[in-house]
Ligand binder design. Structure first.
Ligand SMILES: [Zn+2]
Ligand SMILES: [Zn+2]
Length: 103
């Protein structure tokens, strides 16, 4: 994960957190831990649709699905193309069961 530590980034994170009412925008269960890039197409000038506020567990799994635990998102990778394979606001029942099992 590339994390630009600047005021604009934290404002974006606050807005995404508000959008999800403080909950992870993927599982909608847990509290927000990170702001995840859905796309690096506008890196440095991200729009709200380029990011999602996620909990720690979802964030780890999103990155695991997209090529390892390194949090490096390479241009052209699935992650940089918008998390193909993960429905933005529709976590599967399987996923919710998995999260519940880890509580
Ligand atoms: Zn989550
Ligand atoms: Zn991420």
């Amino acid at each position: 994960m590339r994390r630009p530590a600047n005021a604009a980034w934290y404002r974006l994170k606050d807005r995404a957190r508000a959008r999800g009412r403080g909950k992870c925008e993927f599982c909608q269960l847990r509290k927000v831990y990170a702001l995840h890039h859905r796309s690096y197409a506008r890196e440095g000038a991200e729009k709200m649709q380029d990011v999602m506020a996620v909990c720690k567990t979802c964030h780890e799994v999103i990155h695991r699905l997209h090529g390892g635990l390194t949090y490096n998102v390479k241009p052209g990778s699935l992650a940089s193309q918008g998390d193909t394979g993960l429905d933005y606001f529709a976590p599967s029942k399987l996923w919710l069961r998995y999260l519940a099992s880890r509580t």
